[in-house]
Design a protein around this ligand. Structure first.
Ligand SMILES: [Zn+2]
Ligand SMILES: [Zn+2]
Length: 257
């Protein structure tokens, strides 16, 4: 009878990190927003019970990524190669690009009526805060992470991938997703005139998605929304305005353009 193979100590450290790491990011962004003179995107008061509901949801959703990664790695579905800086970086970049495509497609699909029940819990927060970034139905997080890891497992059949590269991707995702839901604009009013501003979204982009419920489906980059015509026409104008310290006062407020 073969012995049961336990995860290596380094893999256990990865799974433990991924289980817990979302919380310090969210708490740090939340504290920063409360202690500094930030530029709010929406100056509206969230539902009184919102944060309690979001924290409750986070307890069931934050371990999902670690549990699925452990299942893929320890079952052998994920073929791992020799770890190196190059393999970590390449895996990270591929996971980043794949997730942008996958997230846009699945997010749009979940706004389709028959599938919307999966995504409804996340959208109960009309005005977002850092804790909204960990408030989902378990099914939504399972689908999100299954597809990321399924894509990386398929890739690993032809080119070995790095478990640390995937881990770095998740850590970057936790941080950027916390910022994306923070309801604070961190960039200047000239951000969209810069090289980075043409490639990456700011928190305003996703805050508008929650407030208006549709459009602006993308995660880090606006390209999919631009290609498929699903970006809000005033997204850039809203970012320019709120970054000067003039937030939107109502969830349905528009800027003529
Ligand atoms: Zn949505
Ligand atoms: Zn969201």
């Amino acid at each position: 009878m073969s012995a049961i193979a336990f995860p290596s100590p380094s893999h256990i450290a990865v799974y433990a990190t991924l289980t817990l790491a979302n919380f310090p990011f969210v708490i740090a962004i939340d504290r920063y927003a409360k202690r500094h003179a930030v530029h709010k995107v929406y100056d509206v008061t969230p539902d009184r019970k919102q944060i309690a509901r979001e924290i409750k949801n986070s307890l069931t959703t934050t371990p999902v990524h670690a549990v699925l990664l452990a299942a893929f790695v320890e079952s052998g579905a994920f073929r791992l190669g020799t770890e190196s800086v190059r393999s970590i970086l390449l895996t990270f970049l591929i996971a980043l690009a794949w997730t942008e495509i996958w997230h846009y497609a699945s997010h749009r699909a979940m706004h389709w009526k028959p599938l919307h029940f999966i995504h409804r819990e996340h959208h109960r927060s009309w005005a977002t805060g850092p804790w909204t970034s960990v408030s989902f139905s378990v099914l939504e997080k399972l689908i999100f992470s299954l597809r990321i890891l399924g894509g990386m497992a398929a890739l690993s059949r032809v080119a070995a991938v790095s478990v640390y590269g995937v881990t770095v991707y998740y850590l970057v995702y936790f941080f950027t997703n916390g910022l994306g839901h923070s309801n604070i604009e961190i960039r200047s009013s000239r951000y969209h005139d810069t090289f980075l501003g043409r490639i990456f979204n700011t928190p305003t982009f996703h805050a508008m998605h929650h407030a208006r419920y549709i459009r602006n489906y993308g995660l880090l980059t606006p390209f999919p929304d631009r290609i498929f015509g699903t970006a809000w026409a005033d997204a850039e104008q809203v970012q320019r305005r709120v970054s000067t310290g003039a937030p939107l006062r109502k969830l349905n407020e528009r800027i003529p353009c």
